[in-house]
Design a protein around this ligand. Sequence first.
Ligand code: FES
Length: 158
Amino acid sequence: MSHHDIDLSLMTPVFEEYGAQKGALIPILQKAQGIYGYLPPQVLKLIADRLRIPLSKVYGVATFYSQFYLERRGRHVLQMCDGTACHVKGTPSLIDAVRREFHVEPGGTTEDGELTVEVVYCLGSCALAPVAVLDGQVMGRVRKDRFIRTIKKRIAAS
Ligand code: FES
């Protein structure tokens, strides 16, 4: 199954669990994201229909909480800090290197669905600048060549 196929029937047990309780919107969104990895538009529409609430309300909640993703995310997620300290220590050139190497813009996901790249602003570890986080693992004092190698290795390993 490709990344673009959305099997809506996977939501059936979720609705069985919660019925049509409007108050269950957040847990239902959490379950949906657990199933699909993000919240596809078709799924948001289905949830709105089932709970009989306006689609705009579902979008409102899904966009309000940062735990929810409306875009497909890659199997690996790379966050690059471009806060002041990291910026000064070279994050822009790291972002360029990632863009060239993996053909992905910040905020985007590679065509093959392997890597999502996000830019964040200060992870609170400025002493380690420049800082990046790959799949939840913090990397400090990032140097370009090793960084690119680490990402490639991670992708190859999965
Ligand atoms: S600016 Fe990057 S960790 Fe603070």
